[in-house]
Ligand binder design. Structure first.
Ligand SMILES: [Zn+2]
Length: 431
């Protein structure tokens, strides 16, 4: 089977199902994938929290005892404003060597490559030792309540696995003349907080009346504009820095060198190294002519995997200095999650890259945001879950700005590259 042609065809079909979430409407896409895998020899099952939004569990049973490997993907997407695109976002057009459309990167492409690789193996009669599982879910983009979260909570026995591959890594990048592929081993936690200042109301035409709470937030915003907390380097980012030839015990020096060599890369690497704080929402007076007695700013704070609110609070106090008349309230908290950096799965990925892009190697990375890997790591503490979708022809600097943006597209050669990877990996780990 020509994996590139087949993956391109499957991706085109997936892009043409509009699965913008909300509302998602993933059923037609999931049914198409179920039929595709059933024909190849998989046992398929649809499991759903609500009728129109099923999840697919497809299993190729083994001939013997052995490990279970799961390829995970979500079929929903974020919205797209067609007028901003040069190709219709639901066309799946192939032009200039790219397949264009919403989901072409995040992440119908990976779903297509996983499905095609698995179907190719199954239809040529290959059977695993252990078990090969494909889990394609709905509802990732709004948190997984009907997708991976629901599935791991309500049907753990159907989706339990020893090794899992999901989104979150795999695009090539170059650093000091060497090509590297990031394998995503962990995700940062979320510790969002609200900083409230209080004062006294008054008439806005008399600025010296009352006590303007909004102005008390100015030093907070200035502090957040001027600096970020110092680095807290955890396991995977330390291994990343070592892999780049930098010293993880001196992150400031490492950051300075990355800034010098490849400044665009630093935008992606620096948030992995510590707590970040980004103010995104604010509110003060309800009326233009009333001096606010209360004002707040909401800050989206992300904390390295395994570390918690105590660290976020400490980093915030350092940033703001003396307490002042401010109240701090954490409104949303979730500790980050991680899989071990060293594992047989990591070794297999690393070997494959060495064989298929000679001279290149892999480095661990962490996701500053979140993905469905979280639910699997939470439900199955022994499961090693990584984000890896190898892309050789588009670099991470090409890919990052297109995700969730207009003109999302993928180099069709990478569809064949990735499908080859999933097929080879299953053969090696379950052979
Ligand atoms: Zn995604």
């Amino acid at each position: 089977m020509d994996l590139q042609a087949e993956t391109t065809d499957v991706l085109k079909r997936l892009v043409r199902f509009n699965t913008v979430n909300p509302p998602g409407n993933e059923r037609p896409a999931i049914e198409y994938l179920a039929e595709y895998l059933r024909e190849a020899g998989f046992e398929v099952e649809l499991l759903s929290a609500t009728e129109d939004r099923p999840n697919l569990v497809a299993t190729l049973e083994g001939t013997d005892h052995g490990p279970s490997l799961c390829f995970l993907g979500h079929v929903d997407t974020v919205l797209a404003e067609a007028s901003e695109w040069s190709h219709d976002p639901w066309s799946g057009d192939v032009a200039d060597g790219f397949l264009w459309g919403r989901g072409a990167l995040d992440m119908k492409s990976q779903v297509a490559a996983e499905a095609v690789a698995a179907a190719a193996l199954a239809s040529e009669g290959w059977r695993p030792r252990g078990q090969l599982k494909l889990v394609f879910v709905c509802d990732e983009e709004t948190g997984g309540a009907k997708g991976a979260h629901w599935l791991t909570e309500n049907h753990p026995d159907k989706v339990r696995c020893d090794m899992l591959l999901n989104e979150g890594g795999g695009e090539v990048f170059e650093y000091r003349g060497r090509r590297r592929y990031g394998v995503c081993c962990a995700e940062k936690g979320i510790f969002r907080f609200k900083v409230t200042a209080r004062g006294a109301a008054g008439h806005a035409s008399l600025p010296r009346t009352g006590d303007n709470a909004l102005l008390k937030l100015a030093p907070v915003l200035t502090a957040l504009a001027e600096r970020q907390p110092p680095y807290d380097v955890t396991e995977a980012p330390a291994a990343l820095l070592r892999g780049l030839g930098e010293d993880p015990s001196d992150p400031e020096a490492a950051v300075a060198r990355i800034r010098e060599v490849e400044p665009a890369l630093l935008t992606l690497v620096e948030p992995m190294l510590g707590v970040t704080m980004t103010p995104t929402m604010a509110q003060a007076s309800e009326k233009i002519n009333v001096i606010p007695s209360r004002a707040y700013v909401k800050v989206d704070c992300r904390v390295p995997p395994g570390l918690g609110q105590e660290l976020a609070e400490r980093r915030l106090q350092e940033l703001l200095g003396a307490d002042g008349p401010l109240e701090i309230e954490f409104t949303e908290t979730a500790t980050g999650n991680a899989s071990a950096v060293a594992s047989p799965l990591m070794d297999a990925i690393d070997r494959w890259i060495g064989d298929n892009d000679p001279g290149a190697d892999t480095v661990p990375v962490i996701l500053p945001g979140g993905s469905d890997s979280r639910w699997f790591r939470e439900a199955f503490p022994d499961c090693v879950a990584y984000g890896f979708f190898p892309q050789r022809h588009m670099t991470i600097l090409d890919v990052a700005p297109l995700v969730h943006n207009a003109d999302e597209r993928i180099d069709v050669r990478d569809l064949g590259f990735a499908a080859g990877f999933y097929a080879d990996l299953a053969r090696e780990l379950l052979g």
